[in-house]
Design a binder for this molecule. Structure first.
Ligand code: DX5
Ligand code: ZN
Length: 220
């Protein structure tokens, strides 16, 4: 499986519905939704009222990335407002095992995100419980940053670990995804590519289509 998840962090919120519709017209099936609290990351984005509105305006798979302290407080809200996948940061969870169960109990898919400096080994015991691992390839908090090259090796190592398990666990890459970095990311074994600034500028439909073409070419 190989999907693109346009990140609405880079959209124009004065016409968010139109921007999403244009990404959908370009072939997007997922939508990435970055919740930032100004505590876990040095920025505030948007929250669950926006998620609820987006849920009503599209049928896309809603991929909610919680960049917040105490993410356990927000699982029920995220699920009730339309999340299909909820991803929490390993670094912000005191009881990671408990929160993964809580996400599944809400009927959502569960993902765990790792910042660039966090080793994969923190997932050793919980990996088989997960539906997705999100590898941050920039430091979280802002769109438009450059892909951190050392993350490629981390992706390759994670791909090898997952392939040894008897379960499909998706690898999502978030940060600095562009036509330039897609070949490296896809060849390293990623399944879901988050793209904010590469999608939401100028012609959104055309940008989305171009990124899909590059992703398919990179598999050959
Ligand atoms: C960064 C966010 C990303 C962001 C990516 O903290 O988690 O989802 O939207 O933006 P680009 O694709 O511009 O690097
Ligand atoms: Zn994100």
């Amino acid at each position: 499986m190989l999907e693109l998840a346009p990140s609405i962090l880079s959209a124009d919120f004065s016409h968010l519905g139109q921007d999403i519709a244009q990404a959908e017209a370009g072939g997007a099936k997922w939508l990435h939704f970055d919740v930032m609290d100004g505590q876990y990351v040095p920025n505030i984005s948007f929250g669950f009222p926006v998620l609820s509105s987006v849920r009503k305006c599209c049928d896309l798979f809603l991929d909610v990335h919680l960049m917040v302290e105490h993410p356990e407080k927000f699982i029920e809200l995220a699920a009730a407002n339309g999340a299909d996948m909820i991803t929490v940061h390993a670094e912000s969870c005191v009881h990671l095992d408990r929160i993964i169960h809580a996400i599944h109990e809400q009927g959502c898919k569960a993902g765990v995100a790792l910042n660039p400096a966090t080793p994969i080994s923190v997932l050793e015991y919980v990996l088989p419980m997960l539906d997705m691992v999100l590898i941050m390839t920039v430091n979280p908090g802002y769109g438009g940053q450059s892909y951190i090259p050392y993350c490629t090796e981390k992706l390759q190592t994670l791909r090898q670990r997952i392939d040894k398990l008897d379960k499909e666990i998706l690898i999502e890459v978030d940060g600095g995804v562009s036509e330039k970095t897609i070949p490296t990311i896809v060849k390293a074994g990623a399944n879901v590519l988050v793209a904010g600034s590469a999608v939401f500028k100028d012609d959104i439909t055309q940008n989305t289509e171009k990124l899909f073409v590059k992703m398919k070419e990179s598999c050959l």
